[in-house]
Design a protein around this ligand. Sequence first.
Ligand SMILES: Cc1cc2nc3c(=O)[nH]c(=O)nc-3n(C[C@H](O)[C@H](O)[C@H](O)COP(=O)(O)O)c2cc1C
Length: 190
Amino acid sequence: MKSKELSQIIKSRRSIYPHEYLSKPIPKEVIIEILENANYAPTYKKTEPWRFKVIQGEKRADVGHFIADFYKANSPADKFNENKFHKIIQKPQDSAVVIAICMQRDPKERLEEWEELSAVAMAVQNMWLTCTAHNIGCYWGTPKAVKNANELFEMAEGEKCLGFFFMGYVDNAAREQKRTSVLEKVVWVD
Ligand SMILES: Cc1cc2nc3c(=O)[nH]c(=O)nc-3n(C[C@H](O)[C@H](O)[C@H](O)COP(=O)(O)O)c2cc1C
């Protein structure tokens, strides 16, 4: 029964975008539960490299402008799309909470960077599944602007921003999705 429930949540997890979110706040206890589950991701040498900036209220607007301004500044005039620019600004406004996903490199660099990045990605999956169970729509956006994240908030030495996790309640976050068969991706070695 337990494994069935878990598989059901895993298989119904989807990327749900802010234009679908209801304007309903996410209680702090729920945000903490989501982050607490992130904190239980596997972590090689127990470096626990995930770091989070929880952005709410009026501060959400800063995220939209930060990403949109970067897009504008780095798009050739013939490629720049005004509509896309405004849509970028709107996304955090339509979200109840935006969480910046960051990775803190082990100061002694005992691990490869990809091992730390993988641990953070596993933490994000835990967040995503917890959101699904709470009927919170969410997705991980990775705009190129993240390389300048230190302009948006304080970043520690060795900390890197890996994107933004947009969140907001929806009527139903569980949405089945088709995948190609896993058996096409498996080689049985025996
Ligand atoms: C590391 C990572 C980065 C992503 N970056 C973006 C992004 O920048 N913009 C976006 O629209 N979706 C992004 N996504 C969401 C994917 O597009 C989405 O997971 C994919 O379409 C599969 O859909 P599903 O999540 O509903 O299964 C990202 C997902 C991951 C795992």
